[in-house]
Design a protein around this ligand. Structure first.
Ligand code: HEM
Length: 279
Protein backbone atom coordinates (compact mmCIF):
# COMPACT_ATOMS: atom_id res chain seq x y z
CA UNK A 1 0.00 0.00 0.00
CA UNK A 2 1.61 3.33 -0.96
CA UNK A 3 1.46 6.41 1.27
CA UNK A 4 -1.29 8.04 -0.76
CA UNK A 5 -3.58 5.10 -0.07
CA UNK A 6 -2.80 5.12 3.70
CA UNK A 7 -4.03 8.65 4.19
CA UNK A 8 -7.83 8.89 4.40
CA UNK A 9 -9.53 11.33 2.04
CA UNK A 10 -10.31 14.64 3.81
CA UNK A 11 -14.06 14.93 4.37
CA UNK A 12 -15.48 17.81 2.44
CA UNK A 13 -18.87 19.08 3.50
CA UNK A 14 -21.07 19.11 0.38
CA UNK A 15 -22.68 22.41 1.43
CA UNK A 16 -20.01 24.53 3.11
CA UNK A 17 -16.95 22.90 1.59
CA UNK A 18 -13.70 22.78 3.59
CA UNK A 19 -11.77 19.84 5.00
CA UNK A 20 -11.27 18.05 8.32
CA UNK A 21 -9.65 21.01 10.00
CA UNK A 22 -12.63 23.30 9.55
CA UNK A 23 -15.00 23.42 12.49
CA UNK A 24 -18.06 25.58 12.77
CA UNK A 25 -18.60 25.15 16.49
CA UNK A 26 -20.61 21.97 16.16
CA UNK A 27 -17.75 19.73 17.28
CA UNK A 28 -17.54 21.48 20.68
CA UNK A 29 -21.32 21.51 21.03
CA UNK A 30 -20.98 24.43 23.44
CA UNK A 31 -23.18 26.94 21.70
CA UNK A 32 -25.65 26.49 18.89
CA UNK A 33 -27.40 29.01 16.68
CA UNK A 34 -30.82 28.11 18.05
CA UNK A 35 -29.60 28.02 21.62
CA UNK A 36 -27.83 31.36 21.48
CA UNK A 37 -30.88 33.05 19.95
CA UNK A 38 -33.31 31.13 22.18
CA UNK A 39 -35.25 30.19 19.09
CA UNK A 40 -37.54 27.62 20.78
CA UNK A 41 -38.82 30.44 23.06
CA UNK A 42 -38.85 33.08 20.35
CA UNK A 43 -40.66 30.95 17.78
CA UNK A 44 -43.28 29.69 20.20
CA UNK A 45 -44.25 33.17 21.35
CA UNK A 46 -46.78 33.70 18.53
CA UNK A 47 -50.04 32.60 20.11
CA UNK A 48 -53.08 33.26 17.96
CA UNK A 49 -56.35 34.33 19.59
CA UNK A 50 -58.56 33.39 16.65
CA UNK A 51 -60.32 30.01 16.45
CA UNK A 52 -60.10 28.64 13.83
CA UNK A 53 -56.75 30.42 13.22
CA UNK A 54 -57.16 33.46 10.98
CA UNK A 55 -54.50 33.31 8.28
CA UNK A 56 -53.24 36.90 8.80
CA UNK A 57 -53.04 36.85 12.59
CA UNK A 58 -49.52 35.39 12.52
CA UNK A 59 -48.37 38.34 10.40
CA UNK A 60 -50.06 40.76 12.80
CA UNK A 61 -48.35 39.24 15.85
CA UNK A 62 -44.99 38.91 14.14
CA UNK A 63 -44.86 42.52 13.03
CA UNK A 64 -45.71 43.80 16.49
CA UNK A 65 -43.11 41.56 18.08
CA UNK A 66 -40.49 42.74 15.60
CA UNK A 67 -41.39 46.33 16.52
CA UNK A 68 -40.92 45.60 20.20
CA UNK A 69 -37.49 44.07 19.53
CA UNK A 70 -36.47 47.19 17.64
CA UNK A 71 -37.93 49.44 20.35
CA UNK A 72 -35.72 47.58 22.82
CA UNK A 73 -32.72 48.20 20.59
CA UNK A 74 -33.61 51.88 20.14
CA UNK A 75 -33.86 52.34 23.91
CA UNK A 76 -30.44 50.70 24.28
CA UNK A 77 -28.92 53.06 21.72
CA UNK A 78 -30.71 56.18 23.00
CA UNK A 79 -29.62 55.59 26.59
CA UNK A 80 -26.01 55.20 25.54
CA UNK A 81 -26.19 58.19 23.19
CA UNK A 82 -27.53 60.31 26.05
CA UNK A 83 -24.79 59.15 28.41
CA UNK A 84 -22.14 59.69 25.74
CA UNK A 85 -23.24 63.32 25.38
CA UNK A 86 -23.05 63.74 29.15
CA UNK A 87 -19.49 62.32 29.04
CA UNK A 88 -18.46 64.63 26.22
CA UNK A 89 -18.09 61.74 23.75
CA UNK A 90 -20.00 63.46 21.01
CA UNK A 91 -18.69 61.27 18.18
CA UNK A 92 -20.09 58.19 19.91
CA UNK A 93 -23.46 59.83 20.54
CA UNK A 94 -23.65 60.82 16.88
CA UNK A 95 -22.71 57.33 15.73
CA UNK A 96 -25.51 55.79 17.81
CA UNK A 97 -28.06 58.38 16.74
CA UNK A 98 -27.25 57.55 13.13
CA UNK A 99 -27.89 53.88 13.86
CA UNK A 100 -31.23 54.88 15.41
CA UNK A 101 -32.12 56.70 12.18
CA UNK A 102 -31.52 53.58 10.12
CA UNK A 103 -33.65 51.49 12.47
CA UNK A 104 -36.42 54.12 12.41
CA UNK A 105 -36.50 53.93 8.60
CA UNK A 106 -36.91 50.16 8.86
CA UNK A 107 -39.81 50.72 11.27
CA UNK A 108 -41.51 53.06 8.82
CA UNK A 109 -40.97 50.77 5.84
CA UNK A 110 -42.18 47.63 7.52
CA UNK A 111 -45.70 49.07 7.67
CA UNK A 112 -45.73 48.11 3.97
CA UNK A 113 -45.65 44.46 5.04
CA UNK A 114 -48.65 44.94 7.30
CA UNK A 115 -50.54 46.65 4.50
CA UNK A 116 -50.50 43.43 2.51
CA UNK A 117 -53.31 42.49 4.94
CA UNK A 118 -56.71 43.62 3.68
CA UNK A 119 -59.33 45.20 5.99
CA UNK A 120 -61.56 42.16 5.46
CA UNK A 121 -58.83 39.74 6.51
CA UNK A 122 -58.05 41.92 9.54
CA UNK A 123 -61.73 41.87 10.55
CA UNK A 124 -61.62 38.09 10.82
CA UNK A 125 -59.68 38.42 14.09
CA UNK A 126 -59.82 42.13 15.04
CA UNK A 127 -62.63 41.77 17.60
CA UNK A 128 -60.50 39.26 19.52
CA UNK A 129 -57.83 41.90 20.18
CA UNK A 130 -59.86 44.39 22.21
CA UNK A 131 -58.91 46.06 24.52
CA UNK A 132 -55.26 45.40 23.58
CA UNK A 133 -53.70 48.13 21.45
CA UNK A 134 -50.32 49.50 20.38
CA UNK A 135 -51.32 52.37 22.63
CA UNK A 136 -50.26 50.13 25.52
CA UNK A 137 -46.72 49.66 24.20
CA UNK A 138 -44.61 50.57 27.22
CA UNK A 139 -41.37 50.62 25.24
CA UNK A 140 -42.88 53.02 22.68
CA UNK A 141 -43.79 55.41 25.49
CA UNK A 142 -40.36 54.95 27.12
CA UNK A 143 -38.81 55.97 23.84
CA UNK A 144 -40.94 59.12 23.69
CA UNK A 145 -40.02 59.98 27.28
CA UNK A 146 -36.31 59.32 26.76
CA UNK A 147 -36.32 61.35 23.56
CA UNK A 148 -37.74 64.36 25.41
CA UNK A 149 -41.54 64.16 25.25
CA UNK A 150 -42.43 63.27 28.84
CA UNK A 151 -46.17 63.09 29.47
CA UNK A 152 -47.34 61.67 32.81
CA UNK A 153 -50.91 61.44 31.50
CA UNK A 154 -49.98 58.30 29.54
CA UNK A 155 -48.82 56.53 32.69
CA UNK A 156 -52.07 57.39 34.48
CA UNK A 157 -54.11 56.20 31.50
CA UNK A 158 -52.37 52.81 31.26
CA UNK A 159 -54.46 49.91 32.51
CA UNK A 160 -53.25 46.36 32.95
CA UNK A 161 -49.53 46.96 32.69
CA UNK A 162 -47.25 45.12 35.10
CA UNK A 163 -45.62 46.70 38.17
CA UNK A 164 -42.29 46.33 36.43
CA UNK A 165 -43.55 48.22 33.36
CA UNK A 166 -45.00 50.97 35.56
CA UNK A 167 -41.66 51.26 37.37
CA UNK A 168 -39.82 51.53 34.05
CA UNK A 169 -42.06 54.38 32.94
CA UNK A 170 -41.58 56.14 36.30
CA UNK A 171 -37.83 55.79 35.93
CA UNK A 172 -37.96 57.28 32.42
CA UNK A 173 -39.96 60.21 33.69
CA UNK A 174 -37.30 60.87 36.33
CA UNK A 175 -34.15 60.45 34.24
CA UNK A 176 -32.47 62.89 31.83
CA UNK A 177 -33.60 62.88 28.20
CA UNK A 178 -31.60 63.13 25.00
CA UNK A 179 -32.52 66.81 24.96
CA UNK A 180 -31.25 67.34 28.53
CA UNK A 181 -27.96 65.76 27.51
CA UNK A 182 -27.75 67.95 24.41
CA UNK A 183 -28.36 71.18 26.35
CA UNK A 184 -25.65 69.94 28.73
CA UNK A 185 -23.31 69.79 25.73
CA UNK A 186 -24.13 73.42 24.92
CA UNK A 187 -23.35 74.37 28.52
CA UNK A 188 -20.08 72.44 28.49
CA UNK A 189 -19.07 74.45 25.41
CA UNK A 190 -19.60 77.70 27.30
CA UNK A 191 -22.94 78.43 25.65
CA UNK A 192 -25.56 79.46 28.25
CA UNK A 193 -28.42 76.95 28.15
CA UNK A 194 -30.50 77.31 31.30
CA UNK A 195 -33.61 78.78 29.67
CA UNK A 196 -35.32 78.24 26.32
CA UNK A 197 -34.26 81.75 25.27
CA UNK A 198 -30.62 80.97 26.07
CA UNK A 199 -30.81 77.63 24.25
CA UNK A 200 -32.31 79.30 21.18
CA UNK A 201 -29.55 81.93 21.19
CA UNK A 202 -26.94 79.16 21.59
CA UNK A 203 -28.41 77.25 18.64
CA UNK A 204 -28.25 80.32 16.44
CA UNK A 205 -24.62 80.84 17.49
CA UNK A 206 -23.79 77.21 16.67
CA UNK A 207 -25.60 77.33 13.32
CA UNK A 208 -23.82 80.54 12.30
CA UNK A 209 -20.36 79.31 13.25
CA UNK A 210 -20.20 75.71 12.12
CA UNK A 211 -16.43 75.94 11.71
CA UNK A 212 -16.06 76.24 15.47
CA UNK A 213 -19.08 74.21 16.50
CA UNK A 214 -19.07 71.41 13.93
CA UNK A 215 -19.63 68.57 16.40
CA UNK A 216 -22.46 70.35 18.21
CA UNK A 217 -24.14 71.27 14.94
CA UNK A 218 -23.94 67.69 13.68
CA UNK A 219 -25.42 66.47 16.94
CA UNK A 220 -28.28 68.94 16.63
CA UNK A 221 -28.90 67.68 13.11
CA UNK A 222 -28.84 64.07 14.31
CA UNK A 223 -31.44 64.94 16.95
CA UNK A 224 -33.76 66.71 14.53
CA UNK A 225 -33.42 63.70 12.22
CA UNK A 226 -34.50 61.43 15.07
CA UNK A 227 -37.46 63.75 15.68
CA UNK A 228 -38.39 63.91 11.99
CA UNK A 229 -38.31 60.13 11.64
CA UNK A 230 -40.55 59.70 14.71
CA UNK A 231 -43.01 62.15 13.12
CA UNK A 232 -42.78 60.22 9.84
CA UNK A 233 -43.62 56.97 11.68
CA UNK A 234 -46.69 58.58 13.30
CA UNK A 235 -47.88 59.83 9.91
CA UNK A 236 -47.25 56.46 8.25
CA UNK A 237 -49.05 54.61 11.05
CA UNK A 238 -52.15 56.83 10.89
CA UNK A 239 -52.55 56.49 7.12
CA UNK A 240 -52.23 52.74 7.46
CA UNK A 241 -54.85 52.83 10.23
CA UNK A 242 -57.23 54.86 8.00
CA UNK A 243 -56.73 52.32 5.24
CA UNK A 244 -57.32 49.42 7.61
CA UNK A 245 -60.22 50.57 9.81
CA UNK A 246 -61.41 53.91 8.36
CA UNK A 247 -63.11 56.00 11.03
CA UNK A 248 -63.81 53.13 13.44
CA UNK A 249 -62.74 53.48 17.06
CA UNK A 250 -59.51 51.78 18.15
CA UNK A 251 -59.29 48.48 20.03
CA UNK A 252 -57.67 50.53 22.81
CA UNK A 253 -60.85 52.58 23.10
CA UNK A 254 -59.70 55.84 21.49
CA UNK A 255 -61.40 57.62 18.60
CA UNK A 256 -58.92 55.80 16.33
CA UNK A 257 -57.46 57.76 13.42
CA UNK A 258 -58.80 61.02 14.89
CA UNK A 259 -56.80 60.45 18.11
CA UNK A 260 -53.70 59.47 16.13
CA UNK A 261 -53.99 62.57 13.93
CA UNK A 262 -54.08 64.73 17.06
CA UNK A 263 -50.58 63.45 17.86
CA UNK A 264 -49.08 64.32 14.50
CA UNK A 265 -47.90 67.81 15.50
CA UNK A 266 -45.79 66.35 18.34
CA UNK A 267 -42.14 67.38 18.12
CA UNK A 268 -39.45 66.28 20.54
CA UNK A 269 -37.25 69.31 19.94
CA UNK A 270 -39.39 72.35 19.08
CA UNK A 271 -36.44 74.72 19.58
CA UNK A 272 -34.51 72.94 16.82
CA UNK A 273 -37.48 73.43 14.50
CA UNK A 274 -37.88 77.08 15.57
CA UNK A 275 -34.22 77.67 14.77
CA UNK A 276 -35.00 77.34 11.07
CA UNK A 277 -37.14 80.47 11.22
CA UNK A 278 -34.38 82.39 12.97
CA UNK A 279 -31.70 81.81 10.36
C1 HEM B 1 -53.80 46.72 11.54
C2 HEM B 1 -52.83 47.40 12.09
C3 HEM B 1 -53.02 48.48 13.10
C4 HEM B 1 -54.13 49.19 13.42
C5 HEM B 1 -55.53 49.11 12.79
C6 HEM B 1 -53.76 50.11 14.47
C7 HEM B 1 -54.62 50.99 15.07
C8 HEM B 1 -54.31 51.84 16.10
C9 HEM B 1 -55.24 52.72 16.75
C10 HEM B 1 -56.69 52.89 16.37
C11 HEM B 1 -54.57 53.35 17.74
C12 HEM B 1 -55.13 54.36 18.73
C13 HEM B 1 -55.32 53.74 20.08
C14 HEM B 1 -56.49 52.80 20.14
O1 HEM B 1 -57.62 53.25 20.39
O2 HEM B 1 -56.30 51.59 19.93
C15 HEM B 1 -53.19 52.89 17.69
C16 HEM B 1 -52.19 53.32 18.50
C17 HEM B 1 -50.90 52.89 18.45
N1 HEM B 1 -50.41 51.89 17.62
FE1 HEM B 1 -51.38 50.97 16.16
N2 HEM B 1 -52.42 49.95 14.75
C18 HEM B 1 -51.93 48.96 13.94
C19 HEM B 1 -50.64 48.49 13.92
C20 HEM B 1 -49.63 48.94 14.72
C21 HEM B 1 -48.29 48.44 14.71
C22 HEM B 1 -47.72 47.37 13.78
C23 HEM B 1 -47.63 49.09 15.68
C24 HEM B 1 -46.20 48.86 16.04
C25 HEM B 1 -45.79 48.76 17.27
C26 HEM B 1 -48.54 50.01 16.32
C27 HEM B 1 -48.23 50.84 17.34
C28 HEM B 1 -49.09 51.74 17.91
C29 HEM B 1 -48.69 52.68 18.93
C30 HEM B 1 -47.31 52.84 19.51
C31 HEM B 1 -49.82 53.41 19.25
C32 HEM B 1 -49.92 54.57 20.23
C33 HEM B 1 -49.68 55.85 19.43
C34 HEM B 1 -49.79 57.12 20.24
O3 HEM B 1 -50.32 57.12 21.36
O4 HEM B 1 -49.36 58.14 19.70
N3 HEM B 1 -49.74 49.90 15.68
N4 HEM B 1 -53.07 51.97 16.69
Amino acid sequence: MDSAQERPEPTVDPVIGGGDDIHFGESGALLTYGGYLQLPRLLSAQQLESVPPAHDELLFITIHQVYELWFQQLLHEAETARDAMADGQLWWAKHLLHRMHVIARVLIHQIDVLETMTPQDFLVFRQKLSPASGFQSVQFRELEFLSGAKDRAFVRRFRGITDDERARLARRLGEPTLWDAFTGVLGARGLPSDTDEEISAALVAVARDRANHAEVWELAEALIQHDELAAAWRARHVTMVERMIGTKTGTGGSSGAAYLSSRLPLRYYPLLWDLRSEL
